[in-house]
Design a protein around this ligand. Structure first.
Ligand SMILES: Cc1cc2nc3c(=O)[nH]c(=O)nc-3n(C[C@H](O)[C@H](O)[C@H](O)COP(=O)(O)O)c2cc1C
Ligand SMILES: Nc1ncnc2c1ncn2[C@@H]1O[C@H](COP(=O)(O)OP(=O)(O)O)[C@@H](O)[C@H]1O
Length: 328
C-alpha cells in the first residue's frame, strides 16, 4: 500500500481512482464493508483503490473538548487499512484551512483535480466541508458534471444496531471486550512497551509486565483474560488495569502477567488482545488475599483462553486470495 502524507505529493491525479473518504476510527465491520466495495469496484474496472483520511482526527482541531478518545492509534489505522487490501492511503493533515474550505471546493480542487476520483463510495450519512455543509446530494450533483459516480452505502447493522465508532467506544468504556468482537470483527487490542513498576509482582508470585502505551481508548479498570503477542509468539495472560488499591498506590497501571512464561521483558513491545472481562479491580485485605484472587483469575482465564482464537491484523492481509474469490 502506498501512503501519501501530503496531497501535494500527488503530481498527477491517480489512475482511475475509486475513493472513499472518512475518519474510519476503529475500522469496524461497517468501515470494512465500505473498503470491500472500493476494492471490488477498482478490481472490476482496473482502477486504483484509495482511502482518503485525515490526521489528526478533525475534532482534535475543531473541538478538542468534544474529541473522543480514539479507538485506533494512527499506526494501527494504517495497518488495518493496508490489511483491507487498499492500494493508496491518503493521510492528509487536517488543518483549520482545510476545515474552512467550502464543500464544493473540496470536491473540485482536492477530490477531482488532485486525487482524480472516478467513483466515490461513502456512507449514507456522510457530511463534509466547511460547516459540514456537503452531503451526498451535493456529491451526486457535482459528480454529474465533473464526471464521477457516487455509490452510497445504506447503514449496515448487526443485532438491530448500526455499526459505528460511537458504539465501539461505548462498548469499550463499559468493558464489553468480548461483545465488541461482533462490531469490530476482531479483538480489541493495543501495543505497549514494558517499563519498570514497583517490583511487587515477583514478590506476589505473579510478575507483571507494566505497559506504557499511546492507545487513547482503554477498557475500564478491572481484570481481563488476554492474549499477549511478543514477536511471533502468542501467549495466554491475565491483565489488570487500575490503581492497585490493595497497595494504596496512586496512579493508573496497565499490567499483564503472562501464563507459563519466565524471562526478562523490560523494553519489549507487547501487543495485548482483550478476550474477556473477568472482574472489577478490588481492594484486598493484604497480599495473601490478592494472591488467591489472582490464582482464581488465572484458572478462569485458562478456561476461556484455551477455547478462543484471536483474529490478528495479519489475517486480513489476504488480498490475493480474496481477489481470487471475488472473480470466482
Ligand atoms: C490478574 C491480576 C489481578 C489483579 N487484581 C488486583 C486487584 O483486584 N486489586 C489490586 O489492588 N491489585 C490487583 N492486581 C495488581 C497487583 O496489585 C500488582 O500486579 C502488583 O501490585 C504488582 O505491581 P508492580 O508491577 O508495580 O510490581 C492484579 C494483578 C493481576 C496480574
Ligand atoms: N510471566 C511473566 N509475566 C510478565 N512479566 C514477567 C513474567 N516473568 C517474568 N517477567 C518479568 O518480570 C517483570 C515484572 O516483575 P515485577 O516484580 O512485577 O516488577 P515490575 O514492578 O517492574 O513490573 C516484567 O517486566 C518482566 O520483565
Amino acid at each position: 500500500m502506498k501512503i501519501v502524507r501530503d496531497i501535494d505529493e500527488l503530481r498527477s491525479p491517480i489512475k482511475n481512482a475509486v475513493v472513499t473518504i472518512g475518519n474510519f476510527d476503529g475500522i469496524h465491520l461497517g468501515h470494512r464493508e465500505i473498503f470491500r466495495r472500493v476494492v471490488s469496484r477498482s478490481r472490476q474496472t482496473g482502477g486504483t483503490s484509495v482511502v482518503y483520511t485525515f490526521v489528526p482526527h478533525p475534532l482534535k482541531i475543531l473541538a478538542p473538548d468534544r474529541a473522543p478518545a480514539l479507538i485506533n492509534t494512527y499506526a494501527e489505522k494504517e495497518l488495518l487499512i493496508e490489511a483491507s487490501c487498499i492500494d493508496v492511503l491518503i493521510c492528509a493533515p487536517f488543518t483549520r484551512e482545510l476545515a474552512d474550505l467550502p464543500a464544493h471546493r473540496f470536491v473540485r480542487e482536492l477530490l477531482v483535480d488532485k486525487v482524480g476520483v472516478t467513483h466515490l463510495v461513502v456512507g449514507y450519512d456522510y457530511l463534509f466541508g466547511k460547516g459540514r455543509s456537503g452531503d451526498i446530494h451535493l456529491l451526486r450533483r457535482m459528480g454529474e458534471y465533473l464526471g464521477f459516480s457516487v455509490e452510497v452505502l445504506e447503514p449496515i447493522a448487526t443485532g438491530g444496531e448500526v455499526y459505528s465508532s460511537t458504539r465501539v467506544r461505548e462498548m469499550i468504556r463499559q468493558g464489553s471486550v468480548a461483545e465488541v468482537v461482533q462490531v469490530l470483527g476482531r479483538h480489541y487490542t493495543f501495543e505497549g512497551r514494558v517499563v519498570h513498576g514497583f517490583g511487587r509482582g515477583s514478590q506476589l508470585g505473579f510478575p507483571t509486565a507494566n505497559l506504557k502505551t499511546d492507545k487513547e481508548l482503554m477498557p475500564p479498570a478491572g481484570v481481563y483474560a488476554v492474549k499477549v503477542k511478543r514477536g511471533d509468539r502468542l501467549y495466554d495472560g491475565v491483565m489488570n488495569l487500575g490503581q492497585n488499591p490493595t497497595f494504596g498506590a496512586a496512579g493508573y497501571f496497565i499490567e499483564a502477567h503472562i501464563l507459563d512464561f519466565s524471562g526478562d521483558l523490560y523494553g519489549n513491545d507487547l501487543r495485548v488482545y482483550f478476550v474477556e472481562r473477568l472482574r472489577e479491580e478490588k481492594r484486598f485485605a493484604g497480599p495473601q488475599a490478592l494472591r488467591e484472587a489472582i490464582q482464581e483469575d488465572i484458572r478462569k482465564a485458562r478456561q476461556i483462553l484455551s477455547a478462543s482464537k484471536i483474529v490478528e491484523y495479519q489475517e486480513y492481509l489476504d488480498c490475493g486470495k480474496r481477489a481470487g474469490e471475488e472473480q470466482a
